[in-house]
Design a protein around this ligand. Structure first.
Ligand SMILES: Cc1cc2nc3c(=O)[nH]c(=O)nc-3n(C[C@H](O)[C@H](O)[C@H](O)COP(=O)(O)OP(=O)(O)OC[C@H]3O[C@@H](n4cnc5c(N)ncnc54)[C@H](O)[C@@H]3O)c2cc1C
Length: 285
């Protein structure tokens, strides 16, 4: 009779062919599941989104992140990524920026439809929509890929409103990028902004000289944040602010909001990376 170990090994070999790395992974790391890429869209040379089909449903709240990984021998290269899709969608969507010297994004950037990667079975994060404070207004500011959790929040609310929920809050997304083609979800968000009284979308570019046909807002988030808060009539007493993406934008926006008398507890942040000491702000901010 076959030992338990031998049976497991045979089973795993059937499961994975003869890929030793994946066998080790399947034996030890049941915290991950495989997901298959079913769609990929490219927006710029360094910006793209994918939709993946998981083996089992991932439970998450809009605003949370999933951890994606690629096996490298016995080691898993894994990073957190905000989920773009709403929990009601069958597939899970992510929006990436390539970090050329990075450990994971250069590998992800080469992957296309039909290929598989790993995803932790549990979504995480506390960057969720504030439905506790009773605030009527929600001001969401993001740099480039930082819009990902906001798209999830907006898609989720749109779904609820379609199913009969009365829109009892106001949301505005201020989205910063260098050039307009970096606004991956602009069409979707602009259409909703045009058609609804509860949602506003304001994209702003910081390099208009590289995008001369742009007719919209110009400036970094920090430059235009105060103006749009005031124009919307979003007062600190009735507003929760959410900042996502570039660490320097988050620091600057925090101080602006605090000077505008926002309390710290109503400024939520999702910082995507820690800048290296003495590093300058990258072009896409
Ligand atoms: C909660 C959370 C959610 C995130 N969601 C997203 C998301 O939706 N989309 C997304 O693209 N990224 C997201 N990130 C960042 C992501 O986890 C990785 O850090 C990023 O993709 C780089 O991974 P890498 O392995 O290629 O580079 P790494 O090897 O991790 O990093 C190499 C160096 O680049 C710096 N760095 C990392 N990201 C950037 C960047 N964008 N620009 C400039 N320098 C950078 C790092 O600090 C490090 O010094 C998120 C991070 C967190 C904490």
């Amino acid at each position: 009779m076959m030992s338990v170990g031998a049976r497991l090994a045979t089973k795993l070999e059937l499961f994975e062919g003869k890929n030793r790395g994946a066998l080790l992974m399947a034996a030890g790391e049941d915290r991950f599941q495989r997901v298959q890429i079913v769609e990929r869209k490219d927006y710029a040379g360094d910006l793209w989104s994918i939709r993946v089909r998981p083996e089992e449903k991932l439970k998450f709240q809009p605003g949370q992140y999933a951890t994606l990984g690629i096996r490298d021998g016995d080691h898993m290269i894994e990073r957190p990524y905000s989920i773009v899709s709403s929990p009601h969608e069958e597939e899970i969507e992510f929006f990436f920026e390539l970090v050329p010297e990075g450990g994971l994004t250069p590998i992800l950037h080469h992957m296309g439809v039909g290929e598989t990667l790993w995803m932790r079975r549990q979504a995480k994060g506390r960057f969720a929509f504030d439905d506790k404070s009773g605030h009527l207004n929600h001001f969401l500011a993001a740099t480039v890929t930082g819009v990902a959790p906001f798209v999830s929040i907006v898609r989720n609310l749109t779904g609820e409103i379609r199913n009969g929920r009365t829109p009892n809050c106001k949301l505005a997304i201020l989205h910063g990028a260098s050039r307009s083609w970096e606004f991956a979800y602009r069409e979707e968000l602009q259409a909703l902004s045009n058609d609804s009284s509860w949602f506003r979308y304001v994209p702003a570019i910081s390099r208009p000289w590289e995008d001369p046909s742009w007719k919209g807002e110009v400036g970094r988030i920090e430059d235009v944040l105060r103006k749009h808060l005031d124009a919307l009539g979003f007062e600190p007493k009735t507003t929760t602010a959410y900042l996502c993406g570039h660490p320097q934008m988050i620091l600057n926006a925090q101080s602006i909001l605090q000077r505008r008398r926002f309390q710290k507890e109503f400024i939520r942040e999702e910082v995507y990376w820690v800048p290296e000491k003495g590093g300058s702000r990258p072009a896409s901010s």
